[in-house]
Design a protein around this ligand. Structure first.
Ligand code: PEP
Ligand code: MN
Length: 373
């Protein structure tokens, strides 16, 4: 059960103290307080854990400071959509960029940072096309211990400075260890916070629970958590819930394809049909990663690359974010060159995205009209 308190409730106020003492007296019930400090309002939610079946909504509704009571009906207590009275937000803002189940942000960028020249060429192209988000891999979890592992902390200063120079506000960057969080935070501070970072939890770390708890405990940086490529959707959504129970609610859920047989046409089996499913089950914005799911530059006879086709499939179904690999010279990329799009393809890619997004918005509008009729 969730108690949504009136906005801007002060933990020092007398009513709040009365509420706390009443909660402490409930037998077999534990509670956890979550405060979301926004620029205009502070929201407080109290999660009641334990034998809540014995409590009634009416009984809790009359407690001081309580605005609304939500009976938790689904497995994902914090992130889920619950049947009764659940109109908690499905969006958040970070560094001036809004992420919601109704918005769309493209994160085109390098799979792995390999030189200041590649980073600059990418950032410049993004600015020319009015883009304010990108992906930049500094810490690369690789299948082989002999493969390039990313430049790590050494590339962060120029990545952040170039982002600032070209007006990039959010960089999606995978982290695999606690030290990466500190290195990113320190480098951002040292370079004067020229940009923002969205931590990425990769598919290999979806169930690295200690990493999830650690990243969940900080509320400074939003998190993109990728679906685990060999586990169930329920297991991956529970992994996202780990982040949320620790306090971070700025979470985007990423679909990136599921493991398949070697020799299959795509590197992974594209799972973007699950975009509306995740939006129905949870309040998280949903990201699609066409590069790591398709894994090649193969094209269809109609002239469109498979990557373009799957992006269209995800967006036409309501995807909210696209994480996609580009490289100025894919043959020289140190990681995942074969799936990278060319700089000359950025314009056509964004045009295709806009076209399909328009179609999605029309489809959703038609559905709303049909329901209202
Ligand atoms: C990536 O986005 O660079 C990446 C390694 O993705 P995934 O974790 O989905 O394999
Ligand atoms: Mn990659």
């Amino acid at each position: 059960m969730i108690l949504v308190l009136e906005p801007n409730v002060s933990p020092e106020g007398p009513d709040y103290r009365v509420l706390m003492s009443q909660l402490a007296r409930l037998p077999g019930i534990d509670y956890r307080v979550h405060r979301e400090v926004g620029s205009e309002v502070t929201l407080t939610e109290i999660y009641l854990i334990g034998n809540t079946g014995a409590l009634t909504v009416e009984q809790m509704q009359v407690l001081p400071c309580v605005q609304k009571v939500v009976r938790v009906s689904e497995a994902y207590r914090v992130l889920g959509r619950h049947k009764q009275g659940d109109d908690r937000p499905s969006s958040f803002e970070y560094n001036g960029v809004r992420f919601g189940q109704d918005s769309l942000n493209v994160f085109a960028g390098l799979c792995a940072v390999d030189s200041p020249e590649s980073v600059e060429s990418m950032m410049k192209a993004l600015q020319q096309h009015g883009q304010v988000c990108t992906r930049m891999g500094a810490y690369k979890p690789r299948t082989s211990p002999y493969a390039f592992q990313g430049f790590g902390a050494t590339c962060l200063p120029y990545v952040f400075e170039l982002a600032g120079k070209y007006g990039v506000k959010v960089i999606a960057m995978e982290i695999t260890h606690e030290s990466h969080v500190d290195e990113i935070r320190e480098t951002l501070a040292r370079t004067g916070n020229p940009t923002g970072v969205m931590f990425q939890i990769g598919t290999r770390n979806t169930q690295n629970f200690e990493l999830l708890k650690l990243v969940g405990r900080q509320q400074e940086f939003p998190v993109l958590i990728k679906r685990g490529f060999g586990i169930t959707l329920d297991e991956s959504l529970n992994a996202a819930e780990y982040l949320a129970t620790e306090g971070n609610r700025k979470i985007v859920f990423g679909l990136r394809g599921m493991k398949t047989n070697l020799g299959d046409p795509h590197r992974n089996f594209v799972d973007f049909a699950h975009v509306p499913v995740v939006k129905r089950l949870t309040r998280m914005p949903v990201c699609i990663d066409p590069s790591h799911s398709v894994g090649t530059r193969a094209g269809a006879p109609d002239g469109l690359l498979d990557i373009f086709h799957v992006v269209a499939q995800g967006i036409v179904a309501g995807a909210n974010m696209v994480l996609v690999d580009f490289h100025p010279d894919p043959s020289k990329a140190l990681v995942d060159g074969p799936q990278a799009l060319l700089m000359s393809e950025l314009g056509p890619f964004l045009e295709d995205v806009a076209l399909v997004r328009e179609t999605y918005l029309k489809r959703a509008e038609n559905a709303r009209r049909a329901k209202a009729a």
